[in-house]
Write a protein that binds this ligand. Structure first.
Ligand SMILES: Nc1ncnc2c1ncn2[C@@H]1O[C@H](COP(=O)(O)OP(=O)(O)O)[C@@H](O)[C@H]1O
Ligand SMILES: [Mg+2]
Length: 225
């Protein structure tokens, strides 16, 4: 496995879970769109999944929003191009995923209220720890976009935050999300304010905590803004 050096400026996010259907591509696409809406950003969407849903979703998106064409690069391998890099990992833990986890500043592990996606959350932590990432530098965990019963998600959050992991909380579920992402619509088209706020919060948490990481403010990571 070749180690890829990344210059300190860009922020790189890996979205990974060996379980499929947990929302990796959707979260990758939404965060990419939010990053693009900040006009100063050169955004790089890296799609490591052979299903290429992230590629298709983002290609359609810039086709529908041609003014953003020059702000987005879509790649199928890890590269350090861009100010905001998002890697949508395949539902497997082959070398590419390990490289992405090593490369990333922040790792998002979407999970649903099912045993296997939870199991894979532990696996991602294990890989990160082996690669020498300390816990606080590692994860934003987003808890399931559906089926995550309140009781289960509360207990997951408690359990992991006690061990030093940041848990972003439940992502909202909306019936228009699958449609919007599949046809390259803007992710928040037709969504209410309350709904949009939760994804904006995820994005802002990433930016705020990345700045803290750059300033070596490790002890305040994920501790509010
Ligand atoms: N927040 C959400 N609200 C509603 N549906 C969602 C949400 N996130 C994902 N989905 C839907 O769940 C399915 C699986 O999501 P996807 O992002 O493709 O998962 P993965 O990339 O992990 O396989 C898709 O049909 C997607 O549209
Ligand atoms: Mg996917």
């Amino acid at each position: 496995m070749t180690k890829l050096e990344k210059s300190e400026n860009p922020i790189a996010i890996a979205v990974s879970n060996r379980k499929g259907g947990v929302g990796k591509t959707t979260i990758s696409s939404i965060l990419t769109q939010i990053a693009l809406s900040k006009t100063d950003k050169k955004v790089c969407a890296i799609d490591l999944d052979p299903q290429k849903n992230f590629t298709d979703s983002m290609s359609l998106f810039v086709k529908n929003n041609p003014t953003l064409l020059n702000n987005l690069v879509i790649k199928d391998a890890i590269t350090q191009e861009g100010d905001f890099i998002i890697v949508d990992c395949p539902p497997a833990l082959e070398n590419q995923t390990k490289m992405a986890i090593e490369f990333a500043d922040i790792i998002i592990v979407p999970i649903m209220a099912d045993f296997f996606s939870l199991l894979n959350l532990e696996v991602v932590f294990e890989i990160g720890n082996k690669l020498g990432k300390i816990r606080e530098q590692m994860p934003i965990v987003t808890i399931g976009f559906n089926n995550a019963g309140v009781v289960l998600s509360t207990s997951i959050r408690q359990q992991f935050s006690e061990r030093g992991y940041f848990i972003a909380g439940d992502l909202p579920v909306h019936k228009l999300i699958p449609f919007n992402m599949a046809v390259g619509n803007q992710w928040d088209k037709g969504m209410g304010m309350e709904f949009r706020k939760q994804f904006w919060k995820l994005y802002n948490d990433i930016e705020i905590n990345y700045k803290k990481m750059l300033n070596n403010d490790i002890k305040n990571l994920w501790n509010g803004s």
